[in-house]
Write a protein that binds this ligand. Structure first.
Ligand code: SP5
Ligand code: ZN
Length: 359
């Protein structure tokens, strides 16, 4: 299997994030991708390739130009405005109740702040998403990784893996958040639609609901989104991911949320995976984009489900058995010691080579 990755992810190297206002060690760290890379090399069954530059157009096909501008300008502005911090994070957010009673028209005309502390809130969901000097460059490289995996699959590969870092599925049209800046999977899906004219399905198996991907395609019937995730009443992103979110307008019934119970095990999870796969199989299209997270793992420090390494092989096997071409993109997963084994297990399962070692 071809696997796309770039060293440029290392530029995004936050040391801390804040959790309920207190600094804690960062979860989304460069070692994550390095652990997976080492396991792919060690396994021998993966051909590692570098991404090619795809420019800004595919990003602007999905994201607000203001978000992209903010990402470009954020760190230079931190320096220019003499904010003496190792990372940029917001404290005052434009939450919906701030605007209670005001007309939609006047709300929409509120200007973006000029202070960088206001801008990071304007374009951001949460305060546990540290932005550092290299975040923009790394986020651009993750998009290139995803789009290069798309190139491989449209060029004839039945499956390609993009080791994206930073991840993407919490990033919405006009919002970063949840360790995500640009939505790699949404950009990949949009590019497949644009290049093939086909419909596309996105299967999201990260432990968190992919609120960004859901938002981007909420009113779209040509890109379906199916997600299994911890019930948002318990876990980030808290406010979206409920089963009654089915899409609206042309996107009605093109969104499927399957919230999972606390500590859901392989058997429980795989039953709902089958529902998602059946739903995807009933829809047109020949390519599926997978948002792959290993934060569903039983030992993950921020997830609350209980999947196992063998469960990932079976999950990969069932996704592969769909018989569609797969663009598999890395999202979360924070238990460093097992990330590599879990990635190899899932990817070998999807490739029909579960339990087989060597090339
Ligand atoms: C891509 C992805 O997996 N993003 C996850 C974003 C989660 N953001 C909230 C993290 C809060 C971590 N708090 C740790 C507390 C452990 N009890
Ligand atoms: Zn996650």
């Amino acid at each position: 299997m071809k696997a796309v990755l770039s060293d440029r992810h290392r530029a995004h190297d936050p040391k801390v994030e804040t959790y309920l206002g207190v600094p804690v060690p960062a979860n989304e760290v460069p070692e994550r991708a390095e652990m997976i890379r080492a396991a792919l090399v060690e396994d021998g069954g993966f051909e590692l390739t570098e991404p090619t530059d795809h420019g800004l157009d595919p990003i602007l096909a999905v994201h607000d130009a203001g978000l992209v501008r903010f990402m470009e300008e954020a760190w230079p502005e931190v320096q220019r405005q003499r904010i003496d911090r190792e990372f940029l994070v917001a404290d005052t957010y434009p939450v919906r109740n701030l605007f209670d009673g005001m007309s939609e028209e006047l709300i929409a005309a509120r200007p973006e702040p000029v202070a960088i502390g206001g801008r990071v809130a304007w374009w951001g969901l949460d305060s546990s998403n540290p932005l550092v000097e290299g975040s923009y460059d790394a986020a651009r490289s993750a998009v290139d990784v995803a789009l290069t995996a798309v190139d491989l699959v449209l060029g004839g590969e039945s499956v390609a893996y993009g080791l994206c870092r930073p991840p993407g599925h919490h990033a919405a049209r006009a919002m970063a958040g949840g360790y995500c800046f640009f939505n790699n999977a949404a950009i990949a899906a949009q590019s497949i639609v644009d290049r093939t004219g086909e419909q596309v399905a996105i299967l999201d198996v990260d432990v968190h609901h992919g609120n960004g991907t859901q938002q981007i395609f909420w009113r779209r019937g040509d890109v379906a989104y199916a997600s299994l995730h911890a019930d948002p009443r318990r876990l980030y992103p808290f406010f979206l991911g409920h089963a009654d979110e089915v899409g609206e307008g042309p996107g009605r019934r093109a969104n499927l949320n399957l919230p999972q119970p606390l500590r859901a095990d392989d058997a429980t999870y795989l039953r709902d995976l089958d529902r998602a796969l059946e739903w995807i199989g009933s829809r047109p299209g020949s390519v599926v984009v997978v948002s792959l997270g290993f934060d569903t793992y039983e030992l993950d420090p921020i997830g609350d489900l209980a999947l196992t390494t063998d469960g990932y092989a079976e999950m990969g096997r069932r996704v592969g058995a769909l018989g569609r071409r797969l663009v598999v993109l890395q999202e979360g997963g924070y238990h460093l010691p097992t990330l590599g084994a879990n990635a190899v297990s899932w990817l070998r399962g999807a490739d029909g080579r579960a339990g087989v070692s060597g090339p």
